[in-house]
Design a protein around this ligand. Structure first.
Ligand code: CO
Length: 134
């Protein structure tokens, strides 16, 4: 069902410092900061030859990354995103296996303007999984 690895998302306490590390120390192609008020994060995309890295910093007080950074003050891998051809079919197939979809179960528009869903990490080896419509 799952296809390409679309991105790995890393929560960071200091977005510009993290972006600078990727640009100058790792020599990566780093994009501009993109505030996403609907998602409570500011994102920077890093383009690698075979996938993307998404650096996430909290935007506002109650975003989804705030609690994660409280537990992981120096940052850490927050989620991984796999592409699926048909997100509704994928969701229904996963629900049939007992997997839990976060939120109300309906796809939301993600950081790339495509429908996304998140799967409960306890159902998948402690990893928060995002599915994105390819
Ligand atoms: Co993501």
């Amino acid at each position: 069902m799952i296809g390409r690895l679309n991105h790995v998302a890393i929560a960071v306490p200091d977005l510009s410092a993290a972006a600078e590390d990727y640009r100058t120390r790792l020599g990566a192609e780093v994009g501009p900061p993109l505030p996403q008020p609907d998602h409570g994060v500011t994102v920077i995309f890093i383009t690698l030859p075979n996938t993307k890295i998404e650096l996430l910093e909290p935007l506002g007080d109650a975003g989804p990354i705030t609690g994660f950074l409280a537990k992981n003050p120096s940052g850490g891998i927050h989620h991984i995103c796999y592409e699926v051809d048909d997100i509704l079919a994928a969701r229904d197939q996963l629900i049939a296996t007992g997997a839990r979809i976060l939120g109300d179960g309906d796809p939301k528009t993600g950081a790339h303007g495509k429908p996304v869903l998140f799967l409960h990490p306890k159902d998948f080896t402690g990893t928060l999984i995002e599915l994105e419509q390819a």
